[in-house]
Ligand binder design. Sequence first.
Ligand SMILES: C[S@@+](CC[C@H](N)C(=O)[O-])C[C@H]1O[C@@H](n2cnc3c(N)ncnc32)[C@H](O)[C@@H]1O
Length: 338
Amino acid sequence: MTENNTARIDTIRLQRLARAFNESAVFYAAIDLELFTHVSAGADSISSLATAMGTSELNAERLVVVCLAMGLLERGSDGGLVNAPDCEKFMVKGSPRYAGPWMTFTRHEVDDWMHLTEKLLDPSPPTELGLYDDLTVERARKYHAATYSIGMGAGRRFCREVDLTGRRKMMDLGGGSGAYSINAVQAFEGLSAVVFDLPPVTVVTQEYLDSNGVADRVTTQGGDFINDELPSGCDVAVMASNLPIYNAANIQKVVHKTFAALEPGGEMHLIGETLNADGIGPVDAAMWGMAEINYGSGGRTHSVTECIGYFENAGFVEVGNVDFIAGTLTRTFGRKPA
Ligand SMILES: C[S@@+](CC[C@H](N)C(=O)[O-])C[C@H]1O[C@@H](n2cnc3c(N)ncnc32)[C@H](O)[C@@H]1O
């Protein structure tokens, strides 16, 4: 190998990591100041944005320069500012796809993350429910305003990818706002669903079922899927976005219980942030497991290999795993023999 093609080792990546929190702060400020909403409404220059956001021109320029650099804003063919396609689709307030509540869902953790070293050294034993200990209806309502803003899209995607034609009843474990159930009963005629979640959450679930006009086909059941009995009479089970909250023993336990509760021939889908089969990356999945330290839970990220193992150990057949949202979520599936 000649010197020219020897990979050069430098500090660029490390420097970026040392200041990566700046990017979150800029994104949060852009959301607070409704930057993307103003751009979508036609404010396409620094001066018009300064007026719309209520900042000085200097500060509007600073924000625009960084957002252009981060690829959140772009220059249109006439040189005016436009939103990047994802910001236009998901970050414009008032749009049905507005995902602002989800993008700021973990903002309250900022201070905790800045004390990660102390938390890593803390010898206190974890609790089972972590974040969900002492959950109130009010906290659940705020929490699920955020999960609903992203979950409806995920629920739609699930129904495009999984054909539930002919299925009769779905249990939606940790179903939260009911996003998956709402979409499923709308997409598949004859299907009903039961959202199983902690009792304070089911109060909020009912509000989403009512506002989506599906309360006649989706019911709720309050309980803890680790320790309580699961709904009966279901031929489909979905468990979405719960995985890093729990350790391996508890996930295995829920998968076992779901297998036992399902009708013969029924199917289970476990959607969650998962590590690749070799346990290395993606970063986003790894970070959801790390985030559990902020809630004192015993949760951690699980790999695709582990998830397949939970299903096979429980007795499921035709077990597989596919990407659900590349780089973040995968879907593990299996069928209970008839
Ligand atoms: C991140 S939310 C996901 C909600 C929904 N599945 C979705 O994808 O939009 C996780 C949900 O799991 C519920 N959950 C967590 N642990 C639970 C348990 N042990 N029993 C029942 N529900 C639980 C939480 O209350 C919360 O509603």
